[in-house]
Structure formats: C-alpha cells, structure tokens
Write a protein of this length. Sequence first.
Length: 218
Amino acid sequence: MERARGATVGRASEGGFPMQRLYIMGACALALTAAACQQETGGAPDQQNQAVNAVQDTAAGVTGAVAGPAGAATPAMFVSNAAIGGMYEVEAGRIAAERSTNPRIKELGQMMVTDHTAAGNELKPIAAAANLTVPTALDQRHQGLIDNLRGASDQDFDRVYLQQQEAAHNETAALLGSYNQMGDNAALKAWSTKTLPVVQAHQRMVDQMDEANADTAR
C-alpha cells in the first residue's frame, strides 16, 4: 500500500486496486477467538486488555493472508459481506469518535461513520431491486471485533482501532475490487466501482495515522 503523506480527512475518490489484496478474508477472524475467550474466562480487566491487544497485533501482522477468492461471491454474498462490513465501520467509527483522545482519530472515526453510512444507504435500493436481502445486524465475527474494541484499555484504544481498521479496509477493498472484475450484477458492480476509491483513500489515511501513532508511542 502506498502511503499518502498529504492525505486529508474527508471523502475521497482516488482509484487503483492492489491485486495482491484480492485474497484477504481471514485475518480479522482471530479477533473473534479472543472475544470468545474473554467472555468464557471472565478474566481481570488487565488480562482482558492484554488478550485484546495481543490478538489485534496478530491480526494486523497477517493482513494479506490467503483465505479464498473473494471474487467467487454471488450477488447475495457480496451484498451481505459489503453491508456487514459497512455496519461494522459505522459502529467502530462511533466508538472511536467517542473514546479516542486524539483529535485526528476522532475525526477519522466520524469520517468512517459518514462515508460508510452513505455507501450503505446507496446499496440498499440496489439490493432491493435485485431481490437481495441486506443484513440489519453484524455477524458474529464483526461483533467480536466491536467487543474487542470496546474492551481495549484507554491507553491502547487508538492502536487497537487503527489495527482493526487496517485489516478491515484491506478486506473490504479486496471484496470490492474482485467484484468489480468478476461480479455478474451490473448495478452492484457500479456501486462497487464507486465505493472502492473511497475505501482505498481510507486505507491510506489509516496507514498514515497508524505510522504516526507508532512513532508517538516510541
């Protein structure tokens, strides 16, 4: 991923899809395991935060791992995955806007709420026209990510959020880019083509902020 040094927060429309990211679907699943363990063990807050942070480090480290061709998705699968990913971004953005003490990350979170809400609202009538059902709740995996984000300590919150965002946007970019190439519903492909540059701009912003956050922590 190229780093955009002069990126500004806002809805963007730059293009270009990194082909090496076509097969990213598994990294975030690690976070769900941590959420389940956290609930079962009922450990102390410090232990829970350590588990959350460790799993986010692991998830970020394996971003790009092969987990199956995203382009194999049917229109129904594509709509489901895109909608759930968008709902996760909105919820995570709200949490970041509320909890982060970094003005840039708070602004980033609000941007995620705005952009992914808009994209989701545009997807709904397209899906309805194709008789496709749009999910109204997160799946277990994404709910696990939200639970982990809520469980992160105040000190580690920004790092956890940015690492989740890096993995999530890589996954979404893979989903959109592959459907652009192999999807068989013209209206969904048009939506995906319009949405992908926004997600790619988010990727660059998250990457830049993650680097800045790491430099500050040193």
